[in-house]
Design a protein around this ligand. Structure first.
Ligand SMILES: [Zn+2]
Length: 83
């Protein structure tokens, strides 16, 4: 009688999938990642251009890793060699 197992399940799933606020999916995050890093490196405010991105990166280690490696790649100037 404790009530709603479905709700509990949704919460658990949300936790596994990412941050508490499901504003952005990993797919959306990935699509915007290039632009986000470019803005970031360009001294702009990427969070203003792509709201929710930072929160996703903070809550999602997989995307955070992608973000870090992309940033390193751009910083090292190695982007030219990639198709
Ligand atoms: Zn993600």
């Amino acid at each position: 009688m404790s009530g709603r197992p479905d709700l509990n399940h949704d919460r658990l799933l949300g936790r596994l999938l990412g941050p508490a606020g499901p504003e952005m999916s990993c797919e959306e995050c990935f699509e915007q990642l290039d632009r986000y890093v470019e803005l970031e490196l360009g001294g702009a405010d990427p969070e203003a251009a792509i709201p929710g991105m930072r929160a996703h990166l903070e809550g999602c280690s997989a995307c955070a890793e992608d973000h870090d490696s992309l940033r390193e790649l751009l910083l090292s100037g190695g982007a030219c060699g990639r198709a």
